[in-house]
Design a protein around this ligand. Structure first.
Ligand code: SF4
Ligand code: SF4
Length: 337
């Protein structure tokens, strides 16, 4: 019988050029990280989310087998799902408003592949954020397929803080079986080129993490994945993400009474979807808990508004299981406060 997946597994390698990266943090970085950890513990809300995820596109060039997006779009584009790119005006308005009120960190994706917006737009997005004193962290997950020379140069010159590349396997057959539509050698070549360019140009403001999300198909490949990327990357991680736990196993997992029932997200972040609507967290794949619209509403008002308050109250009073959004989210079991 196969051993079960260990949901607590998070193998981490840290090395590479991380010391140089740490030296390049802006003043206030440590305070921002403290607030990230302490605000949920102390139930501090502040004037603005510390972090915003911008779904700069909801398009994707792959159909990864474990991905929520793949499942959602299986039978065509579902009602209420906007398939397209974020209006840049939404981004600049939200970041401009946030920087003076407590926004410290930005991520450029949710359900989509951010490199699809092209290197020029991506440069403008990242460069705007990194040039603001208040923004301490900019990060992006990518599948790496479009990480060509121009794209790499744009990301490095704009000063992105963290690039996270999801590769999921050191073996071509497994990788291409999971990441449907990607070519193993191409992505490996892109990632190595990105790191060489980063090192030769001394762009050490940008760290590079290679990530494997553990599922049945790759759970025996973690060691080889580490070996493959340690000589190149600053960080290599292998973890189980809430989104990928297979259905049957997921049920058992999220209903396990021995796991802590809490979630820090409503004290830390909100998500701006590609059509400008706002949802509270990455648990809302189905866009059910709409808080407002980033173009027409003030994000500060939304952050301090009734719906966010209701979510926080449910969590802090131990009633997270009564929130329909949280009932289907394994995050409530995985992220103790
Ligand atoms: S690349 Fe990302 S968004 Fe696209 S299908 Fe794969 S996991 Fe989903
Ligand atoms: S438990 Fe999940 S759905 Fe609920 S607030 Fe946390 S991340 Fe969102």
């Amino acid at each position: 019988m196969k051993p079960p997946i260990n949901h607590n597994e998070r193998v981490v390698f840290q090395g590479g050029m991380l010391d140089l990266w740490k030296e390049r943090r802006k003043p206030g970085y440590a305070a921002y990280r403290r607030a990230w950890n302490n605000n949920p513990r102390n139930e501090v809300v502040g004037d603005f989310p510390i972090h915003l995820d911008f779904e700069i596109t909801s398009r994707c060039n792959l159909k990864c087998t474990f991905c929520m997006r793949t499942g959602l779009l299986k039978g065509g584009v579902p009602k209420g799902f906007f398939l397209g790119d974020l209006n840049p005006k939404v981004y600049f308005k939200a970041v401009g408003e946030g920087e003076t009120k407590g926004l410290r960190s930005i991520k450029y994706n949710f359900l989509g592949e951010p490199l699809l917006v092209g290197h020029e737009r991506l440069y403008d997005y990242i460069h705007y954020a990194t040039s603001l004193d208040g923004i301490m962290d900019t990060m992006m997950n990518t599948n790496g397929c479009l990480l060509n020379h121009d794209m790499s140069k744009a990301i490095l010159e704009a000063g992105l803080d963290k690039l996270i590349i999801s590769m999921d396997s050191p073996v071509k057959k497994t990788y291409e079986g999971i990441r449907v539509g990607a070519t193993f050698e191409e992505v490996v070549g892109n990632v190595r080129h990105f790191i060489e360019l980063r090192n030769s140009g001394k762009f050490f403001k940008t760290s590079v993490r290679l990530q494997l999300t553990v599922i049945e198909d790759n759970k025996y490949q973690v060691g080889d994945f580490m070996k493959m990327w340690k000589p190149y990357a600053d960080e290599v991680t292998a973890n189980v993400a809430c989104a990928i736990i297979e259905n049957e196993d997921r049920e058992t997992f999220i209903n396990d009474p021995n796991r802590l029932m809490s979630c820090p997200a409503p004290w830390q972040r909100m998500i701006v979807l590609a059509d400008g609507r706002i949802v509270p967290c990455c648990g809302d794949h189905h866009h059910t808990y709409i808080l407002g619209h980033a173009m027409t509403d003030s994000l500060e008002d939304i952050w301090k508004g009734k719906k966010m308050k209701a979510l926080r109250t449910a969590i802090s009073s131990g009633k997270i299981d009564e929130v329909p959004l949280c009932q289907i989210c394994s995050g409530r079991r995985m992220r103790p406060i």
